[in-house]
Design a protein around this ligand. Structure first.
Ligand code: DAH
Length: 339
């Protein structure tokens, strides 16, 4: 009788210890079988009761039943602990492969800026960045667009509440920042967002991305500008035979100002993209106006330069056949997935 009571105590202790050490559902199941199974330790003890007297049975029976219930409850508690752990593990296993999971990738904007930067870096340019919240001085004045100049109106500016602050209307605003920072020679590519307070449609947006090129050195000529423009467009469209042509254009910060068209990368005889003309308007450009150099303390007698600007979405829309500029910041997953 004493021996059975000791055994009951021992079994209770060792079963509880084993349960709390168990780490996996399999380990716990083995413990359940060992103690509570049909041929387990409890069943074995129960069978020894057969040989006991009635009195002993009356005393030991309830003890054994209590032990069985206790071990059953201990098992259930640990089962819950282990199950909860393995569910958490499944939910947070970041390496788990899920066949139809959406995969992240860099945004088309990031890809384009990277691609354009690579082209200009290969041509010796550095990549520059400027503030999107600008002053009138950098967005207009240093670019030879004084107050009352009609070009200020045509920019549909978003004015901010703080006096003299606006959202830059073009990345040409980076020009003076760079010229102030570096003495020539300088060659920079400045990609980034620009803003205009105008109604949106398939080809216009209130927020868009531009690329600005500025090169200042001694003896810079139009032929440097044209060679750069052509090499850039050939690289971007992946067409070594792309040609350019120029038309006069007016931009207050360049003189002469030029509009550069590229030969249509998709046809030779005229298609929908080039509107049957064989040419597509791609870049604004010109030789830097002497006044622009003077604003940044660069001597126009000694130095000259060219500037070139383009809409990054516009170039990408032509290259990839995108028909609505607003898709770029639409969070439209099927649009994004194409790139
Ligand atoms: N900043 C002009 C715009 O947003 C684009 C441009 C035209 C940039 C001529 C230039 C340039 O550097 O030379 O419309």
């Amino acid at each position: 009788m004493k021996k059975i009571k000791d055994t009951i105590e021992k079994i209770e202790k060792s079963c509880m210890q084993s349960c709390s050490k168990a780490k996996t559902a399999d380990e716990l199941e083995q413990i359940r079988v060992e103690y509570l199974g049909r041929n387990g330790k409890i069943a074995e003890l129960m069978s020894t009761l057969k040989n006991c007297s009635l009195e002993e049975k009356r005393e030991l029976g309830p003890l054994l039943n209590t032990l069985k219930t206790l071990l059953q409850e201990t098992y259930e508690t640990h089962k819950k602990r282990i199950d909860a752990k393995s569910i958490t593990k499944q939910l947070f296993d970041v390496t788990a492969y899920r066949p139809h999971q959406l995969r992240g990738s860099t945004h088309i904007y990031t890809q384009l800026i990277h691609e354009l930067s690579t082209i200009f870096i290969s041509m010796g340019y550095t990549v520059a960045d400027g503030p999107e919240v600008e002053t009138e001085y950098y967005n207009f004045t240093t670019l030879n667009i004084p107050e009352d100049h009609p070009a200020r109106d045509s920019h549909d500016t978003f004015w901010l509440c703080s006096p003299d602050r606006l959202l830059r209307t073009h990345t040409s605003s980076v020009q003076a920042h760079e010229m102030e920072k570096t003495t020539p020679p300088l060659a920079v590519f400045a990609p980034g967002r620009a803003y205009r307070s105008e109604a949106t449609d398939a080809t216009h947006d209130f927020m868009f991305t531009q690329g600005e090129i500025l090169l200042i050195n001694t003896d810079v000529s139009i032929s440097n500008l044209l060679a750069t423009a052509q090499e850039f467009l050939q690289a971007f469209f992946g067409k070594n035979d792309l040609k350019i042509r120029v038309r006069p254009g007016y931009f207050p910060f360049v003189e002469p100002g030029l509009e550069i068209d590229g030969s249509c990368p998709f046809c030779t005889t005229g298609c929908a993209i080039c509107k049957k003309t064989g040419w597509i308007e791609l870049l604004g450009s010109g030789l830097v106006h002497p006044k622009v150099l003077q604003y940044s303390g660069i001597d126009p007698e000694k130095y000259s330069g060219f500037a070139l600007g383009f809409g990054i979405e516009r170039l990408a829309m032509i290259k990839y056949g995108i028909n609505d500029i607003r898709l770029f910041h639409s969070s439209n997953i099927s649009f994004m997935n194409q790139f």
